[in-house]
Design a protein around this ligand. Structure first.
Ligand code: PLP
Length: 394
């Protein structure tokens, strides 16, 4: 059975071009880039090139790029650095819909005496900018707001939020893990001080990330050790993955147009057809600006997990929330923050596409999903056989 992979916000396939670029660094070119001899120096040159490729995708300078192990490490580093360099400031402003890499860290920091304000979102998933402005105070050490939401694809006005933070002298970090490679980013004219990337969301391998730190930003390393990354992140470099990530950034820049035309039109057709064919369904975040590849649809009176299991029988990979939270029976914190009713939040499925998806795959999902929902609804106590909803639960 062929796999139809529509879970690209969870992880992506490594692009063949990326793998090809990496392979020599997993075989013959195994030198340590810090070594004095040219066998190591050769690898150091390739890392420099990768830093240039990553900075080019962001409109940044190579010195502003720190390679990390993942998006979570980048997020943790940014927030901890702001607290460590922010004198006595112990207030963090974030949102109710962040990824656990930020959300769970903030919960932990509350236990250690920090104050955290989570700015709410509205029913469309859009940030409440008035509440955001009110939340900025003289003891705010950092604002950390995601650029695009991993579950709904909703895009936040991070530039406007960053300008406001800067006008108050507050550091601004954005978790751009889902945004990078899908929408254009230019940090040159921006007020964003720090930004996180994860390699495995943009066709590089797992276990590699980037933290962008604007030149002049006070910084305190998270991983203390060697002099690597100019003393900003200790640990011998993950050379092959760094070099793969550079290539992935170059490919992402080349494919940005395709992402926003062909991939977007695949997503739009998929969404339209599913809504047309399946009653009592709706797109979460549909009224807000969104990433071109993501749709999050709720099918009322069915369990998202049950839908995923049936889709899996046809080789279709999707998610019923963040990859990290699936398996939990709690409805997603993102959908709850948006006020999505319980019965709708439980029946949500996220489909996230990439440039590797085809028209035929979209046809297949449009064909398979409606009968799956119909069969599952037949077992629901809230669903009448003739297709009329009789109750909406709690
Ligand atoms: N931030 C967002 C928005 C994500 O979607 C993810 C991964 O799902 C992360 C951070 C964590 O990235 P990583 O898996 O590289 O730690």
């Amino acid at each position: 059975m062929k796999t139809i992979y529509m879970d690209n916000n969870a992880t992506t396939r490594v692009a063949p071009e990326v793998l090809e670029t990496m392979l020599p660094f997993l075989t013959d070119l195994y030198g340590n880039p810090s070594s004095a001899y040219s066998f190591g120096g050769r690898v150091a040159r390739n890392i420099r090139e990768s830093r240039e490729q990553a900075s080019a995708l962001l409109g940044a300078s190579p010195e502003e790029i720190i390679f990390t192990s993942c998006g979570s490490e980048s997020d943790n580093t940014a927030i901890m650095s702001a607290l460590n360099t922010g004198k006595d400031k112990a207030h963090i402003v974030t949102t109710r819909v962040e990824h656990p890499a930020v959300k769970v860290l903030c919960n932990e920091l509350v236990k250690r005496g920090c104050r955290v304000t989570e700015v709410p979102v509205d029913r469309k998933g859009e940030l409440d900018m008035d509440r955001y402005k009110e939340s900025l105070t003289s003891d705010t050490a950092i604002v950390s707001i995601m650029w695009a939401n991993n579950e709904t694809g909703v895009i936040f006005p991070v530039e406007e939020a960053a300008q406001l933070a800067r006008s108050r002298g507050i550091l601004f970090h954005t978790d751009a893990v889902q945004a990078v490679g899908k929408i254009p980013i230019d940090l040159q004219q921006s007020a964003i001080d720090m930004l996180s990337i994860s390699g495995h969301k943009l066709h590089a391998p797992k276990g590699i990330g980037v933290l962008y730190v604007r030149k002049g930003t006070k910084f305190s390393p998270f991983l203390i050790g060697g002099h690597q990354e100019r003393g900003r992140r200790g640990g011998t470099e993950n050379t092959a993955s760094i070099i793969g990530l550079g290539k992935a950034c170059e490919l992402a820049a080349d494919r940005m147009d395709e992402e926003n035309t062909r991939v977007k039109s695949l997503r739009d057709r998929l969404e339209r057809e599913l809504l047309n064919r399946i009653p009592h369904s709706r797109v979460n975040g549909g009224g807000a600006p969104r990433l071109p590849n993501t749709t999050n649809i709720s099918f009322e009176f069915v369990e998202g997990e049950a839908i995923l299991l049936r889709m899996d029988e046809f080789g279709i990979c999707a998610s019923s929330g963040s990859a990290c939270t699936s398996g939990s029976l709690q409805p997603s914190h993102v959908l709850r923050a948006m006020g999505v009713p319980f019965t709708m939040a439980h029946g949500s499925v996220r489909l996230s596409l990439s440039v590797y998806n085809t028209d035929e795959e979209v046809d297949e999902v449009i064909d398979k999903l409606p009968p799956i929902i119909e069969k599952l609804r037949a077992f629901s106590p809230f669903w009448k056989p003739e297709g009329q909803a009789c109750a909406s639960g709690t």
